[in-house]
Design a protein around this ligand. Structure first.
Ligand code: CP
Length: 304
């Protein structure tokens, strides 16, 4: 049963390093069970509700498959098909939904919306992405780094791209895990100082310099999928920010490349990098499944 008071995962800083290390260790165990076709059903008769206001491939599949694999059920609710899309107060939705299920994942636009929802929920709420944070993705990224290179503490991570939800979760993760971020954002897509509570980062106007010596190079789409025409002007601002082999050559010799996907080859990343030997994007995507199973297990059952 969930701990009392209810623990949510709304942004990366909601967990301590000790909690993350536990969840990552459990993700490793749970992943091995999955690979071995071992039946592991600690959540029989438990239900996850997934509320989506924004579209998704990885988040939906990883949460839905993960809950099934843990022995429970997952219900998909698109806000367009619910009363939420017609103006039902988010506070009321939090009250009602949390009486019918055991855990809730929400993908919505504003962090403020998920916080209001969670404040009215009787069960744990997980942030499946807001405009401000994407903590599950960064948790999967760190698990992937740990699998390939060991501890991320003391390492350097380069972020090349705009100041978005991924970067803000990476900045929180740097503080929690004790690593450094080299950040390079195009003019006009800068970090909002109000969103940052760590000094563990350095800003570089030149994205190539930001990659220098990095153990991990990370980027994200410049324009959201489906919004390419509307965001054509962004492409000019991002000129020179592509992560290509020249930038990867500035990174540490054994540097990894990550991208949360979906990607536009030839824009934020060259095809030879994302499809090349330093790229771990498929492991990164798969690991959404394993870390979220461990996260759900931790939020519902605590340390087992
Ligand atoms: N990375 C990620 O969150 O993917 P989806 O938008 O497909 O869920």
């Amino acid at each position: 049963m969930p701990t009392n008071p209810i623990k949510h995962f709304l942004q990366f800083s909601d967990f301590t390093r000790d909690e993350f290390e536990y969840v990552i260790a459990r993700a490793s165990v749970i992943k091995q069970k999955f690979k071995n076709y071992e039946i592991y059903h600690p959540l029989v008769d438990r239900t996850l509700v997934m509320v989506f206001e924004k579209s998704s491939t990885r988040t939906r599949l990883s949460f839905e498959a993960g809950m099934h694999q843990l022995g429970g059920a997952a219900i998909y609710l698109n806000t367009r098909d619910s009363q939420l899309g017609r103006g039902e107060p988010v506070e009321d939705a939090g009250q009602v939904m949390s009486r019918m299920c055991d855990i809730i994942m929400v993908r919505t636009f504003g962090q403020e919306i998920i916080e209001r929802f969670a404040a009215n929920s009787r069960v744990p709420v997980i942030n499946g992405l807001t405009n401000e944070h994407h903590p599950c993705q960064v948790l999967a990224d760190i698990f992937t780094f740990v699998e390939h290179r060991g501890s991320i503490s003391g390492k350097t991570v380069a972020w090349i791209g705009d100041a978005n939800n991924m970067l803000y979760s990476w900045l929180q993760a740097a503080e929690v895990f004790g690593f450094h971020l080299n950040v390079s954002t195009p003019k006009g897509y800068d970090i909002d100082p109000a969103m940052v509570s760590t000094e563990r980062y350095t800003f570089f106007a030149d994205p190539s310099e930001a990659c220098e010596g990095a153990h991990l190079v990370n980027t994200d789409v410049w324009t959201s999928m489906g919004y390419e025409k509307e965001n054509a002007e962004r492409l000019a601002a991002f000129d020179g920010f592509i992560v290509d082999s020249a930038k990867m050559a500035r990174a540490s010799k054994d540097a990894l490349f990550m991208h949360c996907l979906p990607a536009h080859r030839g824009e934020e990343v060259s095809a030879d990098v994302i499809d090349g030997p330093q790229s771990v994007v498929w492991d990164e995507a798969e690991n959404r499944l394993h870390v979220q199973k461990a996260l759900i297990e931790y939020l519902l059952l605590g340390r087992i």
